[in-house]
Write a protein that binds this ligand. Structure first.
Ligand code: NAP
Length: 459
């Protein structure tokens, strides 16, 4: 039996009992996992820093967020949310008005294969939001560890095993498969796996989604993928502070965020053209002064150079392009025309790292064309669209047609974990745009509705 078979089979056995666990039991496990993570902070954060270069400040914050997510799903389970049902009492008489008694409940899907991301070694990895929401839903989990942080993955897994043993729960409730592409593919092919939650690149997600569909019994594939997160800026909103804030967002974490702003769309014309010129100049200066740290892996570093080189090969004009040193790149700012951007799909691919494209539009119609060409994004940000005007309503329509989250201020990096959150948009930003991987509704991905008809009380 290979490692994927073994983990899937143990997850299937663990699911037999975990699917019937109470909300209180699920909450107890999730809270103990949060506490164990916090108790091991001094070991885990330096390990994560060694393997990812993300720095202690960011990693401590991410660990806090991960513990918060675990506790939030503990509360959700304890409040009985996974067990809520719709009661529809019988109505006498012939159909369509008359009908039998129906009770619509939700049942956990089964063992979930969870693919960790490289850029969130805590929050989208072994004990991240997918694991927390799947456990709260009553599913078991098999984690596919990311090869970018193998030791952290192993240490976190050991900590999980201690908690499971302390609570008398089966070790297979949370399993682990380490390795590369082959191990991941083997896991998703396992017949016992009932769903897959993936956070990573659009290319990797597409390959695994195809695999999930090609199985004799296809399974749901929740892929959270890459995104270019346009910011549409109307001239009155622009000032130097905003340029500094944007530079900080583009370079934050060395640009290695799925919500990193990759496209700045400016509306030219009248005084706006001069305001936009000034904004780009301040943004360029702020980016030049930034000192991005090393990227997560050598592969990502070379993909960053290849991605920005592809922009320039496609005819885009470099505004800022300096050579990086080793694993640390320099920020890149590049201008491209609306016609080029709309015509050339290569210009709309995510370049993972501290880089952004600038587009200058002559009209609202051009802004709409740009957004329509992007087609799918985790976020769209609208700066200066606060007033209720026909033009702003058009902008909002264009933005919400392609995005999971529309911001009317600030920058898209930073995703609140809360009830109203939506993290996932149309392809290529995610595979299932009606679901979210962040926030309370992440639970819904792992519960399947079942209608119980004329059921006895015990059911
Ligand atoms: P990645 O390279 O796609 O890796 C993610 C996982 O997928 C890894 O376990 C990887 O395994 C596996 N994988 C990749 N290609 C595969 C293939 N062809 N067949 C089978 N398995 C495959 O992504 P990453 O480097 O972790 O993260 C960077 C990307 O994630 C960026 O595009 C970023 O925008 C996106 N991201 C999205 C979100 C979101 O919420 N939407 C959040 C964070 C990151 P191996 O490494 O073993 O090959």
């Amino acid at each position: 039996m290979n490692i994927a078979q073994q983990a899937a089979s143990q997850a299937a056995s663990a699911f037999e009992t975990w699917q019937d666990s109470s909300g209180a039991q699920r909450a107890m496990l999730l809270r103990a996992l949060a506490a164990a993570l916090e108790a091991q902070r001094e070991t885990l954060v330096p390990l994560a820093d060694d393997e990812t270069h993300l720095g202690p400040a960011r990693l401590n914050g991410e660990l806090d967020r991960t513990a918060f997510q675990l506790r939030r799903f503990a509360d959700i389970a304890e409040r009985g949310i996974p067990f809520q049902a719709v009661d529809d009492p019988a109505v006498a008489g012939p159909p369509p008005t008359g009908h039998p008694a129906l009770r619509r409940v939700r049942v956990p899907l089964g063992p979930v294969a969870m693919f960790s991301a490289s850029n969130f070694p805590f929050a989208f990895s072994v004990l991240g939001g997918d694991t927390a929401s799947a456990l709260a839903a009553g599913c078991s989990v098999v984690v596919k560890g990311h090869p970018g942080h193998p030791q952290l993955t192993l240490r976190t897994f050991e900590l999980i095993q201690q908690v499971l043993a302390q609570q008398g729960l089966p070790a297979g409730l949370i399993g682990l498969v380490q390795g590369g592409v082959d191990e991941g593919l083997a896991l998703i092919r396992e017949p016992a796996i009932a769903a897959c939650a993936f956070t990573g690149s659009t290319r990797g997600g597409a390959a695994l989604q195809a695999e999930a569909r090609a199985r004799p019994r296809p399974i749901p594939f929740y892929g959270e993928l890459g995104s270019i997160n346009p910011i549409v800026a109307l001239p009155p909103a622009l000032n130097d502070t905003l340029a500094q804030t944007l530079a900080g967002s583009i370079t934050m974490g060395c640009g290695q965020f799925c919500t990193s702003p990759g496209v700045l769309v400016l509306l030219d014309g009248g005084d706006g053209t001069a305001i936009n010129d000034g904004f780009i100049a301040t943004l360029t200066t702020a980016l030049r002064a930034a000192q991005p740290h090393a990227m997560l892996t050598a592969g990502m570093r070379s993909a960053f150079d290849a991605g920005t080189a592809a922009w320039h090969a496609a005819g885009a004009q470099a505004l800022l392009h300096e050579p990086g040193v080793g694993l640390a790149p320099r920020p890149v700012l590049t201008q491209v025309t609306v016609a080029q951007f709309v015509a050339d799909e290569a210009l709309r691919h995510e370049v993972f790292g501290p880089a952004a494209l600038v587009l200058r539009c002559a009209s609202l119609e051009e802004v709409e064309q740009v957004l329509a060409a992007i087609a799918g994004s985790l976020t769209v940000t609208l700066w200066g669209a606060g007033d209720d005007t026909p033009a702003n309503r058009r902008l909002l329509r264009a933005a919400r047609a392609i995005a999971g989250r529309v911001l009317f201020g600030g920058v898209p990096t930073g995703v609140a974990v809360s009830a109203g959150q939506q993290h996932g948009g149309p392809w290529p930003s995610s595979t299932e745009p009606f679901s979210t991987s962040v926030g309370d509704a992440a639970l819904d991905r792992f519960l399947r509705p079942v209608a119980l008809q004329d059921a006895p009380a015990w059911a």
